[in-house]
Design a protein around this ligand. Structure first.
Ligand SMILES: [Zn+2]
Length: 124
């Protein structure tokens, strides 16, 4: 399994659109990758969008080794992970995207399990 270095533009656009649609609530999903490229969103049954933070019900996750991490939106302009986010990051995968308001191509960031920046390029 190759390490993730990129995200498909189409997938990023889906994330941005879903984040806009969910505003002012949060959007959350699981990320899947193929050949090192994040290319699919997995919507988790029972995912709760809330004013504070999206909560993922991990027991609903299928066993799936293409899962590489998560994405969620912040209704604020701050894409940095909270302490609660980092605790969640450490439970699944190794790449976590946060999309902040206004949910455009400049307002998202990718993070590793520790909450440090994770370099991710966009591919067609
Ligand atoms: Zn968060």
């Amino acid at each position: 399994m190759s390490r993730v270095t990129a995200i498909r533009r189409h997938t990023l656009e889906m994330i941005l659109e879903a984040s806009r649609d969910s505003h002012p609530l949060e959007f959350g999903a699981i990320l899947r990758a193929e050949e090192g490229v994040v290319s699919e969103l997995l919507l988790v049954p029972g995912t709760i969008g809330g004013q504070s933070h999206a909560i993922f019900r991990l027991h609903n996750l299928p066993v799936d080794f293409t899962v590489v991490g998560s994405v969620h939106s912040h209704p604020s302009p701050d894409p940095r992970p909270s302490r609660q986010d980092i605790e969640f990051f450490q439970r699944i995968g190794y790449i976590h995207i946060i999309v902040a308001h206004p949910y455009d191509e400049a307002s998202w960031r990718a993070w590793d399990r520790q909450g440090d920046a994770y370099p991710l390029t966009i591919v067609e």
